[in-house]
Design a protein around this ligand. Structure first.
Ligand code: ME8
Length: 496
């Protein structure tokens, strides 16, 4: 099955922080799982480079806008490499393919009669690039709203209100988790959708509206379209293959843009909707959202990676944050969880197993699954049962539960070893059968770990002399001959 996953197209207005990394971890984890299941998956990320906000910040930096966005876009791209995030496509909204696609979409929407020219007067948050109708402060950034008055093109968003409600009701899994779906539904049912201003004259830093050079395309229409341009444009083969099964991974701050504006734009342009929008909550520091506009909250993911590694960081956030909910970040908690789960539980399991195996069977050992004792068959089955529960959790986007199942499975094997005390078994056949079984259990465990701690899993599979590329189907085939090799510590204890 072909599948297309996207992270948000992050603003190239500053350096990436932990919040950006978190959404990208969620998307990367899901991608790795789908690939393990044999799917052909593409993951797109990118940078959002137009609009007044970027123009203003670039001006303040004293750099030319071109080099300003290049610097920050490169920072995002490098971060994904340094965090071992498996991004296939990286779209920049300043690219020429993207510009052509935005113009194409504008023309389709206009041809459909959904664009008209008018005048906008209202309160605007430049950080959100959005008009607000109530209050004098931005509810997200807590900064004063600015009074804007400009000629603008409008999109007939109001015409799509009922269609949006119908679509979300008919497709209960369109927005996950359910709490976020309910939020969008109640927004659509309790407020009247106004037509949306989709051009700006207050900045020239954007894509020029076809046939009206005084206007640039609203930055959100521009940025959302990057999900399509990353695939190469509306008539590209890739888009034809992947778009119909696409999932957007986003934070709750940009839910309305994705769940209301984007579907309406796509319908109007005669294009298919994404299959799913997966929404995460916020990482906060002392209760404040981690945000570029609140510099005291900003945490550089790479500084934490130096301490705990990219696997440690991924595992901690995926396990600790329940999808859709917020998490207040505490460094001491990060260290405690990783020491307990990855250093003690998982790391010790592999090191004691490999040492024991090498001591008794340095040349490997051979058995057939038909000939092993029932107690060993039962152990293998209990790992498979956990793996099935793991798969159900991940498919429901309950990544936290899936991560817990992964580490509980390691604990289950540790407890089994503690109970069976293989170091006391004198019968060589009994010991061989048990170590053969444990080898398979640990191999299965790497299937569960591959989406959360891919680096550790790769190393663990080297220790088990298994193929580098794991596949879910390995759960159901047993190798006769198994062997191990010594590897260093899987996850050294952190002294923070
Ligand atoms: O909104 N906790 O870009 P952006 C969790 N360019 N996730 C967080 C977070 C936090 N504290 N802070 C940021 C934009 N994020 C637009 C997107 S898409 C077509 C255009 C993550 O750089 C989260 O995914 O402000 C959030 O939605 C996104 O970064 C916002 O990134």
């Amino acid at each position: 099955m072909k599948q297309y996953l996207t992270t948000p197209i992050y603003y190239a207005s500053g350096s990436p922080h932990l919040g950006h990394a978190y959404t990208t971890f969620v998307a990367d984890c899901y991608k790795r799982y789908r690939r393990l299941r044999g799917d052909d998956v593409l993951l797109t990320s990118g940078t959002d480079e137009h609009g007044q906000k970027i123009e203003r910040i670039a001006e303040l930096s004293g750099e030319s806008i071109g080099s300003f966005i290049d610097t920050h876009s490169d920072e995002f791209l490098n971060l994904w490499k340094n965090l071992d995030i498996d991004v296939d496509l990286f779209e920049r909204t300043s690219s020429s393919t993207h510009k052509e696609l935005v113009i194409d979409i504008w023309q389709r929407i206009r041809a459909n009669g959904d664009i008209y020219k008018g005048h906008y007067e209202g309160l605007y948050c430049v950080d959100c690039e959005q008009y607000f109708t109530v209050g004098d402060q931005c509810p997200v950034h807590r900064t004063p709203l600015e009074n804007f008055s400009e000629e603008s093109y409008f999109f007939r968003l109001s015409a799509y209100q009922q269609k949006l409600i119908d679509h979300i009701e008919a497709n209960p899994d369109f927005i996950v988790p359910g709490s976020r779906r309910n939020e969008v539904l109640s927004f659509l049912k309790n407020s009247e959708l106004h037509d949306l201003s989709i051009s700006r004259t207050s900045t020239q830093w954007g894509i020029t509206v076809p046939d009206d050079p005084g206007h640039v395309v609203y930055v959100w229409l521009d940025a959302l379209a990057a999900y399509l341009s990353a695939l190469g444009g509306l008539s590209s083969k890739k888009l034809g293959c992947y778009w119909s099964n696409s999932f957007h991974f986003i934070g709750k701050d940009i839910l309305i843009f994705h769940a209301v504006y984007w579907p309406a734009f796509l319908w109007s342009a005669g294009l298919e909707l994404p299959k799913k929008i997966v929404v995460n909550g916020w990482l906060t520091v002392e209760g404040r959202k981690i945000s570029k506009s609140d510099p005291e909250t900003v945490i550089d993911p790479l500084s934490l990676t130096d301490l705990v590694g990219s696997d440690g960081l991924k595992y901690y956030f995926l396990k600790t944050v329940s999808l859709g909910l917020d998490l207040d970040f505490r460094r001491s908690h990060l260290i405690d969880v990783l020491n307990a789960d990855l250093a003690n539980n998982l790391g010790n399991l592999f090191s004691r197993f490999i040492k024991l195996f090498i001591k008794h069977f340095p040349d490997g050992l051979e058995y057939s699954s038909d000939n092993i004792a029932l107690v060993n068959k039962d152990l293998l089955q209990s790992i498979r049962d956990n793996a099935n529960k793991f798969a159900t959790a991940i498919e429901r986007f309950d990544l936290s539960q899936a991560a817990r199942l992964f580490i509980e499975t390691a604990a289950l094997v540790n407890a089994n070893i503690q109970r069976r005390e293989p170091w006391k078994i004198v019968d060589r056949d009994e010991l061989g059968q048990y170590l053969w079984t444990l080898h398979h259990c640990l191999g299965y465990l790497t299937l569960l770990g591959a989406s959360f701690v891919p680096g550790l899993t790769d190393k663990a599979r080297i220790g088990l002399n298994l193929d580098a590329e794991p596949a879910w189907t390995d759960l159901y085939c047993q190798r006769r001959y198994v062997s191990v090799r010594l590897i260093g510590s899987l996850f050294p204890r952190i002294h923070g």
